[in-house]
Ligand binder design. Structure first.
Ligand code: ATP
Length: 604
């Protein structure tokens, strides 16, 4: 059974609106009980506000005639593309019933010993190196049965067909259940979402905080906050969390920008235990005094390094430190990402109390499930080269499913231009980037995921977190300036134990990436072309483009660095000695120069 967010989008697309009018508020501790049997709906899945919609399928996907492109038609998005009037399923309160996020009545009752999550090969992760540091690290578990997550959550794990925990889950869940703060790095596609959702849901299910929840008029007081950097990722986490919390009595609500706020306010008014949000929309809700963070007991930052880089850091500090959220020690904080540059670890430590650092896999490295290729392609040849790749790929669809290709470009204009060119040449493509409306973005994702437009041209807005099944190929048409961005981009394929292919176009313009790219490829047991090694040998580390410093890739607790133990005064000195010195020279890396000459004052 498909279990990912992308599949739940399809389920939501099939379903209609949830039921009922506005219910009476029921506090969390009264909700924490099994719902009545009639709460299991056979029909509508309570279409997601964001992602409900339907994409007509069929026809020859590759047969688009030249010049057929049109913005309104290319996505094939008929159906409910309007989307905003759908209700998120609640759960048994008054006349409101919890929609079944699994979307299929047949799958409501899990069967013991049911088939494993299809296509998952977690044996691929078995011999993965794991490193923990911090005081009194709780031991890992090998099975879900060893952890007391509660019956209702265990049922949902079965419904998801998760047979055993992934390595990051084996380590992170016991740490979080023990109440410890956590900074966790694990490779893309390795199950981090569940690793932070399970302990939060389980903790709320025990009801230990619920009694103290105040009843404030029109002000939501969630117990847990999950922040992520993009709207699509927040929607995805929300969908996953709804599955994990189905029939547990825990209510999950999502709030993100680009969508009408009134709908989200109505959802919040109906009660919320776990709020999944993007920072901008949350700040808006806080400023309107429609959300209070005073009851927060769990804070999770997904893509935490992105959340704390210069783009988001002020908003995150405002949310976490300048509103009414309890301080570290009184809340439990969990930070997760596949990459964790040390300067960001240092920033993040402000938000944590006596935390455990967990690194699973060669962190910041890519998984070797992804076959990486780098090809030397001049700018002017990129389009024809891409076309060759796509032609070759037409033949590669398997089991009636067209293989999906995700093409990353540098700019929004570049994305539109490439999309137009692809469509004009008979390759159904769509695009996702920050200049498109939220509805267009969501429609593009649906169209891609359904295979209607099996090519998605994207900027970095799609680089992190998105879990789209059947992405067989990631093409870095334009390489990013930061090796961590590359790691996240290629991580859209090769997920959950499956294999994938990533191709990067490289030329002189990317010479500053040569060294970090070839090191990354070596780490992941990939063949490094001789010409790239020559580029790498000539290259000087250039600023933000490689922030790891020498030695092995990422994954080290920055508290173990000698500079940290000297008090950290010289830790960010820039340009000089120390492990991080190579990371901050140039202004053009992923941190937009913010850590260039001003590195010492980034958190002053
Ligand atoms: N224990 C499990 N057994 C089987 N499948 C799992 C398990 N845990 C997670 N998955 C599946 O693995 C896929 C990847 O999980 P997830 O999206 O949480 O990865 P991630 O580590 O957060 O990736 P990224 O770094 O790209 O954000 C999802 O489709 C999820 O449903």
């Amino acid at each position: 059974m498909p279990t990912s967010w992308a599949d739940s989008v399809e389920n939501a697309a099939i379903g209609g609106a949830g039921g009922g009018g506005r219910p009476a508020y029921v506090p969390p501790h009264l909700r924490n009980r099994p719902p009545s049997s009639d709460s299991v709906q056979s029909g509508p899945s309570g279409g997601n506000v964001a992602l409900g919609g339907n994409v007509p399928l069929g026809g020859n996907r590759w047969a688009a005639p030249r010049n057929e492109y049109s913005r309104s038609g290319y996505g094939g998005g008929g159906g409910r593309s309007g989307g905003w009037n759908n209700r998120i399923g609640g759960w048994d309160r008054g006349r409101e019933r919890e929609a079944n996020p699994f979307g299929n009545e047949d799958e409501v009752e899990p069967e013991v010993g049911d088939q494993e999550n299809t296509g998952i090969n977690f044996d691929a992760y078995e011999d993965i190196p794991v490193e923990t540091s911090g005081d009194n690290v709780p031991p890992p578990v090998n099975t879900f049965a060893e952890i007391d997550l509660g019956e209702a959550l265990n049922k949902n794990i079965q419904r998801c067909k998760y047979v055993k925990p992934t390595p990051v889950q084996r380590h992170a869940i016991p740490i979080s259940l023990a109440g410890r703060d956590l900074m966790a790095c694990a490779q893309t596609g390795s199950g981090k979402t569940a690793a932070f959702c399970f302990p939060i849901i389980s903790g709320i299910m025990t009801g230990q905080f619920a009694q103290r929840a105040p009843r404030m008029l029109r002000m939501a007081c969630p117990l847990a906050l999950i922040l992520s950097p993009t709207r699509e990722l927040s929607c995805q986490i929300h969908e996953e969390a709804r599955k994990f919390s189905y029939q547990t009595g825990v209510k999950v609500v999502v709030a993100y920008g680009g969508a009408p706020i009134n709908q989200q306010l109505r959802e919040l008014d109906r009660g919320v235990d776990i709020l999944v949000a993007t920072p901008g929309r949350l700040v808006d809700l806080l400023e309107r005094a429609r959300v209070s963070l005073q009851m927060i007991r769990y804070l999770a930052l997904d893509e935490a390094d992105r959340m704390l880089d210069m783009g988001f850091e002020p908003q995150i500090r405002k949310i976490v430190q300048q509103m009414d959220m309890p301080p570290p020690g009184l809340r439990q904080t969990m930070l997760f990402s596949a990459t964790f540059p040390k300067e960001i670890q240092r920033l993040a430590s402000d938000f944590l109390a006596n935390y455990i650092f967990l690194a699973v896999g060669r962190v910041g490295s890519s998984t070797d499930l992804i076959m990486q290729r780098v090809e030397y392609v001049q700018e002017s040849d990129k389009r024809s080269h891409l076309m060759d790749l796509l032609h070759a790929q037409r033949a590669n669809g398997a089991h009636g499913k067209q293989a999906l290709t995700l093409v990353f470009v540098e700019t929004k204009k570049g994305a539109d231009a490439l999309e137009y060119w692809l469509c004009s040449n008979g390759f159904p493509a769509t695009t996702i980037h920050g200049d498109r409306s939220q509805m267009e973005r969501e429609q593009a994702l649906r169209s891609f995921k359904s295979g209607h437009t099996p090519i998605l041209v994207a900027t970095d807005v799609a680089a992190r977190g998105l879990d789209i099944p059947h992405v067989a190929h990631v093409v870095n048409f334009d390489l990013p300036n930061d090796i961590d961005d590359y790691v996240h981009r290629i991580g859209r394929t090769g997920r959950a134990g499956k294999s994938g292919l990533a191709t990067a176009f490289f030329n002189e313009n990317n010479s500053n990436m040569a060294r970090s790219l070839s090191e990354l490829m070596q780490e992941a047991n990939q063949e490094v072309p001789a010409w790239l090694s020559r580029f790498a040998a000539r290259a000087v580390y250039s600023g933000g483009k490689n922030r790891r410093g020498g030695g092995r890739f990422g994954g080290r607790d920055f508290r173990r660095d000698p500079a940290y133990n000297r008090g950290g005064a010289d830790y960010y000195g820039g340009g000089g000695g120390g492990n991080m010195s190579s990371g901050y020279g140039a202004p053009s890396g992923g941190y937009g120069g913010a850590y260039g000459s001003g590195v010492t004052s980034a958190w002053d």
